[in-house]
Ligand binder design. Structure first.
Ligand SMILES: [Zn+2]
Length: 415
């Protein structure tokens, strides 16, 4: 057995209460100011005040002892909403947007999501794999040890399956825990421009069964938005997904309130994501069903839009998670540190609330809470050593990578 002791740490962790944390629990952390962690074969065997942990060690052999020099230790960050499987950036489009060009003009100039679809379709699997794995590794260096990656730039059977394969292979190469999500209903592909209903038929009748047969995706997500997929189409796709054993997610009420939040509650989806325009009624329904709100403040910042109403959501009892939305159009970042800083500085969360949102609630949002999201006995030894004394160092550093000293995945240092 590989046994490692990490001592002289200031440990801050949420506690796993068996469901996503909400309301007052959203901001509640357990602290061990003079703490230690004992790791056995990558799992936490003991955690708490150093004296108690040392009693557990007594007599047994240790393979390694690490002095963390009084620095703050938090659980490895969880990023539960990304589109980081793609090829090529869209910097030029970002520049045009900053210069005031409208989205329609950008589309006419060959930009927008369909330009990424074209590049992903053309890409060889190895090329897509290299870029995707690179992004996962960069995310890990910034403290993200578990993440979700969505498909959705293939938009046909073959390329959606290719993306899911790449996500799975990339996770193993990077050494991250990754939850793959099928997002065939991300956009209407150009070949179905004049018959979008037929594309929904394709997703329901052909793609979903093939995705289920492939066995990589754990969740199915739909971009429910005016001009993309209607609530009725979303319901149809997600019902089929559920019948095939997939968990449900919705890109809901990002631009307009189309009832996406309410639909997420009706279908008892695990999460509704974005929610910039969600109605109070929709949020109330989410609170009643315990649907997690995944908020993406880096997207709002990049699009220069107001942030989602996180404070009100917490007050209403909606469990809140945070994510990067890493994608080549509206949020080209894979830094959960930045996202946490924006949550504190832009959305009014405390660093404690932002940490819960970036660990255990994110883990619940992708079905991984049994192994990650908190530092508790039996869970994986995934943790981040910060260059500060409390989690407040993250927003205080404006999300800079310099706030991270070291990142451990299953007890192994990865950065
Ligand atoms: Zn998204």
């Amino acid at each position: 057995m590989v046994r490692k002791l990490f001592r002289n740490a200031r440990i801050y962790t949420p506690r796993d209460l068996g469901e996503p944390l909400r309301g007052r629990d959203q901001g509640s952390l357990t602290a061990f100011p003079e703490g230690a962690l004992l790791v056995e074969d990558g799992l936490l065997a003991a955690i708490g005040p150093e004296k108690e942990v040392l009693d557990r060690v007594a007599g047994g052999q240790l393979c390694q002892e690490v002095d963390l020099e009084g620095m703050c230790v938090i659980p490895g960050l969880v990023d539960p909403h990304t589109h980081m499987c793609f090829v090529g950036t869209r910097e030029r489009e970002f520049q045009m947007r900053c210069e005031g060009t409208s989205y329609l003009e950008i589309l006419a100039a060959g930009g927008g999501i369909l330009s990424t679809v074209q590049r992903v379709r053309q890409a060889r699997e190895e090329e897509l794999l290299a870029e995707t794995t690179g992004r996962m590794r960069k995310a890990m260096a910034m403290g993200t040890t578990t993440l979700e990656v969505k498909s959705g730039y293939g938009l046909n059977v073959q390329d959606e399956l290719k993306m899911l394969r790449v996500i799975d292979r990339g996770a193993r190469l990077a050494g991250a825990d990754v939850s793959p999500t099928f997002l065939g209903a991300h956009a209407i592909p150009p070949e179905f421009k004049n018959s979008p209903g037929e594309y929904v038929d394709l997703v329901v009748e052909e793609m979903l069964p093939r995705v289920s047969q492939q066995g990589i995706a754990r969740f199915c997500d739909v971009f429910c938005e005016e001009g993309v997929f209607s609530p009725d189409e979303t319901r149809r796709i997600l019902r089929r997904a559920r019948s095939l054993g997939l968990g449900l997610k919705i890109h809901a009420d990002e631009i307009k309130d189309t009832g996406g939040a309410k639909l997420a509650a009706e279908l008892e989806a695990v999460s509704a994501e974005h929610l910039l325009a969600a109605s109070n009624e929709g949020l109330k329904a989410m609170a009643e069903k315990g649907v997690i709100a995944i908020l993406l403040p880096a997207t709002a910042l990049s699009l220069r839009k107001p942030y989602a109403r996180a404070r009100e959501m917490i007050q209403m009892g909606v469990p809140v998670a945070l994510a990067t939305d890493c994608n080549p159009g509206s949020s080209y970042t894979n830094s959960m540190l930045l996202v946490m800083a924006l949550a504190v500085l832009g959305m009014g969360l405390s660093a404690e609330e932002a940490l819960v949102a970036s660990t255990i609630n994110g883990a619940y949002a992708i079905g991984m809470a049994q192994k990650v999201g908190t530092l508790e006995v039996g869970k994986q030894a995934d943790f981040v050593v910060l260059d500060g004394e409390t989690p407040w160092i993250i927003p205080y550093s404006l999300g800079a990578q310099s706030s991270v000293r070291a990142v451990y995945k299953r007890g192994e240092r990865v950065s």
